[in-house]
Design a protein around this ligand. Structure first.
Ligand code: GLU
Length: 213
């Protein structure tokens, strides 16, 4: 199990994301991370091995601005617990960042194909394959992030709840799930995303449990 939290709206995302990760700590994890699109349009990823409190220490002095972000607590299945393997993972261009709960069973085959096309991997996770494949689909087919995610997930065998940020589209988080839980909270001009409703209920009672797909 791991934890996913996302926020898009008018408030500062970082405090909501950290509070949400703490609410999901009961699920167990070995590392934690956050991705934010900052007020000056940078896609910042911060991640560490260890507790959410260690992530908070790590981001001291860093730019944690932004009203859109995703955050993750990892329970390692592929690759040791370390900061390189912690989520979020950047795509090669560092324009996309992705968090994932679950297991990509055919990651090795997909990774080999992407490496043959020149993609460089920085972690030993199954997850990094997803973000690279999404970028590959987006660039080669010249499609939106949503379409690229749909194309990439069509190639994937496994279980996932994912959330993706695109630096060039600071007005959207693309999320999907199959066999791993994901919940959307609908506020006033704001949306929340989480593995269960506990990070969301203090902000809104409009909670949608996404169906498997
Ligand atoms: N399989 C992924 C990894 O090992 C995600 C694990 C999780 O659900 O936290 O990085």
């Amino acid at each position: 199990m791991c934890g996913i939290v996302g926020y898009i709206g008018k408030r500062k995302a970082y405090p909501i994301l950290i509070k949400g990760l703490k609410r999901l700590e009961y699920r167990g994890y070995d590392s934690a991370g956050v991705a934010l699109i900052s007020d000056n349009q940078q896609l910042n990823v911060y991640k560490t091995k260890g507790k959410v409190s260690e992530l908070e220490n790590f981001v001291t002095q860093k730019d944690i601005s932004g009203t859109i972000g995703i955050a993750h607590t990892r329970w390692a299945t592929h690759g040791e617990p370390c900061s390189a393997n912690a989520h979020p993972h950047y795509s090669s261009s560092e324009k996309l960042a992705l968090i994932h709960n679950g297991i990509i069973e055919n990651y090795a085959v997909l990774k080999e194909k992407l490496q043959a096309k020149g993609y460089i991997f920085k972690s030993s996770t199954d997850t990094e394959v997803l973000v690279q494949l999404i970028e590959y689909m987006k660039v080669t087919n010249q499609v939106s992030l949503l379409a690229a995610v749909q194309l990439a997930l069509g190639e994937v065998i496994g279980a996932y709840a994912i959330a993706v940020l695109d630096k060039e589209h600071p007005d959207e988080i693309i999320a999907a799930r199959k066999s791993s839980p994901l919940v959307v909270g609908i506020g006033e001009d704001e949306f929340f995303l989480a593995s269960d409703a506990t990070p969301i209920v203090e902000y809104t009672d409009k909670v949608v449990y996404l169906e498997d797909g």
